[in-house]
Design a protein around this ligand. Structure first.
Ligand code: NOJ
Ligand code: CA
Length: 697
């Protein structure tokens, strides 16, 4: 009793001390470049600002929530004003950790932290904390609801987090669809965003635009005075994804959480915490690409012995379906996943050193899987008659190649949830230790969205359950990643953006797609983009088509370096590679896991040049890519070890290469280089250049 009284007095004193204070609490990043201010305004509303080298990044921006009772659906007093600060503490932390795989072998986690405890007044008061971490390249903040007597189970009806930008910045955006992120990214001023305009929103998988002024994260911005700002989230668990609504009168972006079937946003039980809201900022575009802040904000790996997790380069029975040469279903007479065809891919993988072979269309159900919105589409244990599971298991093992399982759920997720254990047991019994999942279509349970809380929990359950079976995961059509691959390193990659497949059967990906994705989608984690298409003229497959895939062949090679992913497909058919073995050598040589990465030059939407050092090796790889404009660049190799000679093999666009007129024209040259060398690279329109640099023996 006595103790309780003392505690009460201390809290009371805190309330008295802080409640009238309009004093700002200031937190600076370790190098002092970033400054965060937090305060309660006259209405007791929590507010924050962010600046970078004294330039305004965020003007006073609101925070907070609207909540409801779970059972009665009655509103609780909103947590957005009339608040008092009951405690506030600042600390710093500087540690280092080693990712299981990634773009570097070690990551520094260095930040200044502010924890503010806030409360309403009165008997029914609800309290919550805001935790800010201020890094040299950005900030993250999250809300926490501690265990407390006035808050048990509750509904978040709205999150009131705002990002009040200082102007009408250039934005790299896709529409705030609740179900698909497979859009060509758009570049406009914030004031020009219009997600209903078909020229900004072409995507056959988009379900509905709920708000024409809303965009998805990661949102990349560039200010007139040269700041690069990226807004996203980290550690999205048990909460819906956040889209951003743009108020075009003052450029305030506000959090719009993806709703569930009832229109509610999140169901939480105190103690609970939200994902982190992240703002990465720099005056150098390359710093955005090099940032590990989103990963740092995620929890450490839960897999204690990750030795079974293997970054993988793979081929597969896949592109031949997308270009129409083969089909997923077996009745068509051109079934791709036949035993004989899979053996052909296994032979090719074994001959050229690929660890994996993906096979799609192996299980019954593909006759009516698309757009039917039916619950029982697939099981994940019944092969088509012409796919010999046991025979292929033996054959793959004899060639030391791993088959990669495919689970297309057709978005019937209840069906998949019921079958996951059976499906993973079947995989393990037949030698599979990696699965590609897929969520094409409208989600069942009906009314749920790909990016809502129910599905967020599903994706995490799949990561956990596959981990418990020692299965590696590649999710297609999930929510955009938020760094959870740190916690679940078996989750090698996601699609969650417009991948190569769109080049086969839609108007295609624009030539600037690949120089935007690293600033947007890749901020949250690796992508299974499936590069490596060599047959770039589509009329080879379909005489009615005049289009090419909108890159040159050299750019297809460079993508293996500019895209950082522990899972990379050589997506074209064996016969396409057999015709161009000299260029294919780069795909054979390139690594998928790295000791180091140097982001040499970059401008979102324009160009990117990256050099990476292969894990546990002295080999370096350079990738340079451009948009629809050709470009010349000089790459200094000063990152190489001093006094050592290396053989550089340069896979470049030929002088007459052009992504539309002559995409497949490339030249390969060799040069002995050292750390004083400078490579002069010429990139064609829609082109690129890939370089392997290996020590001279
Ligand atoms: C869409 C996926 O992104 C693609 O890779 C797959 O082949 C099809 N769905 C069929 O599952
Ligand atoms: Ca897809």
């Amino acid at each position: 009793m006595y103790c309780k009284k003392i505690a009460f007095t201390i809290i009371f004193l805190f309330i008295a001390a802080f409640s009238f204070a309009q004093v700002k609490t200031t937190v600076r990043s370790p190098n002092k470049n970033i400054e965060l201010n937090f305060w309660l305004n006259d209405q007791g509303a929590p507010m924050y600002t962010v600046s970078y080298k004294n330039k305004e990044v965020l003007l006073p921006s609101a925070m907070g929530f609207e909540l409801k009772q779970t059972m009665s659906n009655e509103a609780l007093p909103a947590l957005k004003d009339s608040l008092v600060v009951t405690a506030s503490a600042q600390t710093t932390s500087n540690t280092q950790w080693k990712p299981v795989w990634g773009d570097v072998k070690e990551i520094r986690d260095h930040y200044s932290q502010l924890v503010v405890s806030l409360s309403q007044k009165g008997d029914k008061a609800i309290s919550f904390n805001i935790i800010f971490k201020v890094y040299d390249d950005g900030i993250g903040f999250r809300y926490e609801f501690p265990k407390q007597k006035n808050l048990g189970h509750f509904i978040v009806s709205a999150e009131k987090t705002a990002f009040h930008l200082a102007g009408d910045h250039k934005a790299f955006w896709i529409p705030g669809d609740y179900d698909s992120n497979e859009f060509n990214p758009n570049i406009t001023k914030l004031s020009e965003v219009n997600a209903e305009d078909p020229k900004y929103a072409a995507n056959i998988f988009a379900h509905k635009f709920f708000d024409k002024d809303a965009v998805q994260t990661p949102l990349m911005l560039k200010t007139n005075d040269g700041l690069y700002i990226n807004i996203h989230e980290a550690a999205l668990v048990n909460y819906p994804a956040m889209n951003l609504h743009i108020d075009k009168s003052n450029f305030t972006l506000s959090s719009v959480l993806v709703p569930d079937a009832l229109g509610n946003k999140a169901y939480l039980q105190a103690p609970a915490k939200t994902p982190w809201r992240t703002i990465i900022v720099s005056d150098k575009a390359t710093d955005i690409l090099a940032s590990h802040t989103i990963m740092n904000l995620n929890d450490p790996a839960v897999i204690k012995d990750p030795s079974w997790i293997k970054p993988t380069k793979y081929v597969g029975v896949w592109w031949e379906m997308h270009v129409g040469k083969a089909s997923w279903d077996s009745a068509s007479g051109k079934h791709g996943a036949t035993t004989a065809n899979v053996k052909r891919y296994i032979d090719f993988a074994a001959k050229h050193g690929f660890a994996g072979v993906l096979v799609e269309g192996w299980n019954v159900g593909w006759e009516d899987w698309f757009g039917q919105y039916k619950e029982n589409v697939f099981d994940f244990v019944t092969p088509y008659g012409d796919f010999d599971v046991k025979g292929l298991q033996k054959y793959a093992a004899s060639k030391k190649v791993k088959l990669i399982m495919h689970h297309e759920t057709s978005a019937s997720v209840t069906n998949y949830e019921r079958q996951m254990d059976t499906a993973y047991r079947f995989m393990k019994a037949h030698g599979y230790d990696a699965v590609k999942t897929g969520y094409v279509g409208h989600i069942i349970p009906r009314g749920e969205h790909h990016d809502g809380q129910w599905m967020i929990n599903h994706y995490v359950r799949v990561a956990q359950k596959t981990a418990s079976y020692k299965i590696m995961l590649d999710a297609h059509e999930p929510v955009r990643p938020t760094g959870l691959h740190r916690t679940y390193p078996n989750w090698l990659a996601s699609e969650a953006a417009r991948g190569m497949e769109f080049n086969a059967w839609s108007e295609g990906n624009r030539p600037n797609h690949d120089v935007i994705l690293p600033f947007t989608r890749f901020m949250g984690g690796p992508m299974d983009y499936t590069p490596g298409i060599f047959q770039l003229e589509l009329n080879y497959w379909d005489k009615t088509k005049k289009e090419t895939i909108h890159t040159t062949l050299a750019k297809q090679l460079a993508l293996y370096v500019t895209i950082c992913s522990p899972l990379q497909m050589a997506a074209d058919l064996p016969e396409a590679y057999e015709k161009k073995m000299d260029a294919f050598q780069f795909i054979k040589d390139v690594a998928v896991d790295w000791d180091d990465s140097k982001y040499l030059e970059a401008e979102p939407g324009e160009y990117i040049t990256v050099a990476r050092k292969a894990k546990g090796s002295k080999n370096w790889f350079v990738g340079a890519i451009t948009n629809e404009n050709g470009r010349s660049t000089n790459v200094s190799l000063d990152f190489l070890d001093a006094g050592k000679k290396y053989q550089a093999i340069i896979y470049a666009d030929a002088a007459d290469a052009d992504y539309q007129k002559n995409p497949a024209a490339y030249i390969i040259s060799k040069q002995v280089v050292d750390n004083k060398s400078v490579l002069s690279l010429k990139l064609a329109a829609g082109g690129g250049c890939a370089v392997s640099i290996m020590p001279v023996k």
